[in-house]
Design a protein around this ligand. Structure first.
Ligand code: MOS
Length: 708
């Protein structure tokens, strides 16, 4: 029999099935667009069809004449909004405040009707006339307009240590290459959807969001109403990947419309609108210069990155920032510059900073290894950073060497054909490639309420959210061990701002943050109950003996100030086949090995790794949002023409964890899994393509533009 003094260790680390799996499979999990409200009306957005200019007129009489139409919200009748910083705002531009148009797809009107069909038809009848002005359509054509935006989240965009120019000049071997990554969109299965319902001064919002309290903060500040009057609910999310992390204009537009027309309003974005209503991953132009001694010791790294931003925001994707953390090198310059274009502001997308920059750095390292005639892993080992290269701080934990070893063994790296073009299989050329991975690890404060009932059940509550990764499940596991209660008897409630506050589900930080809060709170609750109990009594018995129906505790987890760098790591190995006649590339096999700290649930964690690696295959071989160079319009804004890897594109994937724990970082010892596995895949595949055919492809997605 379990005692109140002891926790069990049965559930954390076990491959527990998803606690919400059955509900999801049976269609009983309620997503944000699925709340049936009395008198619900439907909003359909009318978007700009130019990328720069001024609206002359919005002609809505034909739309208003459609049966069932309730009204049209535009800049002419929308409430005035107070400015708010980003984040939580996705962009600085506030909707419906003036007649300016800054990008194609910018929302100009919301048509409200009592059916979705009427709203959709009426929206098609709204006619907008413009005075157009010159368009800055594409990053590609305006690289000269780059500037240094200063800093992002306290991190300088440009940073130099030592004297890399001099070190490059005196290096034995140098590499100077340019790499390009493509503009990408998130494409979650579930489109964004907001339902707003005012009850007098009180507002309830069902929103497809990774950050319910961010939505609450944004609405409170933009409309100048008390936060307490706003309840935001997001029980289940059909993927976010960053596009639902911050709050985009359709949310406040829907809230305003519900107020102006005094009806509950639901606005769900169309698939096409999922390309222009929130940010994306900017394409990047990178230059990597490396200088090394003959023995492979790095003397200089210069990594320059240029990405795009909107005409009204400065925020960059810091594509070279991870370079600062990767290799021991005394002379280093990393820059992150932006170019303003007439597109919506970019936003985080799966390892926003680290992913794109890894492609440039890790391909360049491969080119350097070849120039030195060194094994690519050996080159990394000769430059292994025991301390953080630019800050000089220790890492809270680092098992990157173990990742190299485990990955190489699982992949069979020592059996590879080292020389390019040395392995064939029928008419196919086979190649192998490697990339090293570093990612940031973050943690946020979180508050949890834990309740143990006299019948032996328990409830865990926190204003976090499950974006599909398995948050309900891992919180259940952590609570089960701390309380010594069977997971089947624990209910986890998240996704509601009425619950104790937690942060956003982004930055791969939910396990470390909310998981730690669950662990700490349950531990304290166990101690509180133990004080009242006889030795050997069960937790439920102690509650029952207290004469109360339940005993509860609410407590906050505040991350420690650490004098260390917190990073996660990985090693990615790729095997590709290239058909030289057709110029086609297939990712036949990817093996990853990761240091992500403690793994709470190997089953959901593996699912994250596999999913991330597939994203990497998409980045390497398929994904690219095409921008019309004349109009700034996306020409493939749909999932038929925006290529995503399908089953036939995905070969064998093997994802491994090295043993790792980081209790210095947080009480559950986790470092984050969601974003880590996308990183490195594109570089490993590109390096493998070179090994297969002896041609370097430095632009994503990888394509042969000339016959081989
Ligand atoms: Mo993520 S890009 O932090 O959802």
């Amino acid at each position: 029999m379990s005692t109140v003094i002891e926790r069990t260790k049965a559930y954390v680390g076990a491959a527990h099935n998803r606690v919400d799996g059955l509900r999801k499979a049976q269609g009983q999990a309620t997503y944000s667009a699925e709340y049936p409200l009395e008198g619900l009306t439907y909003g359909v957005l009318v978007d700009a069809t130019i990328a720069s200019g001024v609206v002359r007129a919005i002609e809505g009489s034909a739309a208003r004449a459609v049966r069932g139409v309730i009204g049209i919200l535009t800049h002419e009748n929308a409430p005035r909004l107070q400015p708010i910083e980003a984040p939580p705002a996705g962009e600085r531009l506030m909707p419906f405040q003036d007649a300016q148009v800054h990008y194609h797809g910018q929302h100009l009107a919301l048509v409200i009707a009592d059916t979705l069909e009427a709203a959709t038809y009426a929206a098609s009848l709204v006619s907008v006339t413009y005075d157009e002005s010159a368009v800055i359509a594409r990053l590609d054509d305006h690289l000269d307009a780059q500037y240094d935006p200063g800093s992002m989240f306290g991190e300088a965009c440009d940073e130099t240590i030592g004297d890399p120019v001099e070190a490059l000049r005196t290096a034995d071997v140098t590499i100077d290459r340019r790499y390009t990554t493509s503009l990408q969109h998130h494409n979650p299965m579930e489109p964004s959807s907001t339902t707003a319902h005012w009850d007098g001064e009180r507002l309830i919002v069902y929103d497809a969001t990774q950050w319910i309290s961010g939505v609450q903060i944004l609405i409170a500040q933009q409309l100048e109403i008390p936060k307490e009057n706003i309840r935001v609910v997001s029980e289940f999310l059909g993927g976010g990947f960053g596009c639902k992390g911050w709050v985009w204009p359709h949310v406040i537009i829907t809230v305003m419309a519900a107020k102006v027309f005094d009806r509950p309003v639901k606005t769900t974005l169309s698939r096409r609108q999922m390309y222009t209503s929130h940010g994306y991953r900017s394409g990047s132009f990178q230059r990597v210069q490396l200088g090394a001694r003959r023995d492979g010791t790095l003397r200089a790294i210069m990594h320059e990155g240029i990405v795009q931003t909107s005409v009204f925001d400065d925020r960059p994707d810091m594509v070279t920032v991870a370079t600062r953390s990767h290799y021991r090198c005394p002379n280093m310059t990393t820059t992150n510059h932006v170019v303003k274009v007439n597109q919506i502001t970019p936003t985080p997308m799966r390892a926003p900073n680290e992913n794109a920059g890894n492609f440039g750095l890790e391909c360049a390292l491969d080119e350097l290894a070849e120039a030195l005639d060194l094994d690519p892993i050996e080159l990394r080992l000769r430059n292994y950073a025991e301390r953080h290269p630019t800050s000089g701080l220790a890492f809270s934990s680092k098992r990157l060497r173990a990742c190299y070893d485990l990955g190489a063994e699982k992949f069979g790296w020592d059996r590879r054909g080292r020389r390019p073009r040395s392995v064939t299989e029928g008419h196919l050329r086979i190649g192998t490639g490697f990339a090293s991975v570093v990612n940031f690890s973050m943690v946020q404060p979180a508050t949890v309420r834990a309740v143990v009932f006299a019948d032996g059940s328990a409830r865990i509550e926190s204003g976090s959210q499950d974006i599909g990764t398995g948050t309900y499940t891992i919180l259940t596991q952590i609570a089960a061990d701390e309380l010594g209660i069977d997971p089947a008897r624990i209910e986890v409630r998240i996704g509601d701002t009425n619950l104790p506050p937690a942060g956003g589900s982004f930055g791969s930080s939910t396990v470390a943050s909310v998981g730690s809060a669950v662990r700490v709170t349950c531990r304290n609750l166990r101690a509180k109950i133990a004080e009242r109990a006889a030795r050997g009594a069960s937790l439920a018995g102690a509650v029952a003996a207290s004469g109360e129906s339940s005993i509860e505790l609410t407590s906050a987890y505040e991350p420690d100030e650490l004098d260390a760098e917190t990073k996660s790591f990985g090693a990615v190995f790729a095997e590709v086949s290239v058909d030289e006649e057709l110029g086609t590339i297939r990712a036949r096999r990817i093996v990853g090995a990761y240091d992500a700290g403690c793994v709470i649930n190997p089953k959901t964690a593996r699912s994250q790794l596999i999913g991330g690696i597939i994203w990497g295959i998409g980045m390497a071989l398929h994904e690219r949002t095409e921008v019309d160079p004349r109009t700034g319009r996306y020409t493939n804004a749909n999932i038929a023409e925006y290529l995503i890897p399908v089953h036939a594109d995905i070969g064998e994937i093997e994802a491994n964890f090295v043993e790792s724990e980081d209790y210095a970082f947080n009480p559950v010892g986790a470092k984050g899994i969601g974003e880590l596995p996308v990183i490195g895949v594109a570089a490993a595949i590109s390096n493998a393509v070179y090994n297969a055919v002896g041609v370097r492809l430095r632009e994503l997605p990888l394509r042969f533009h000339e016959p081989l």
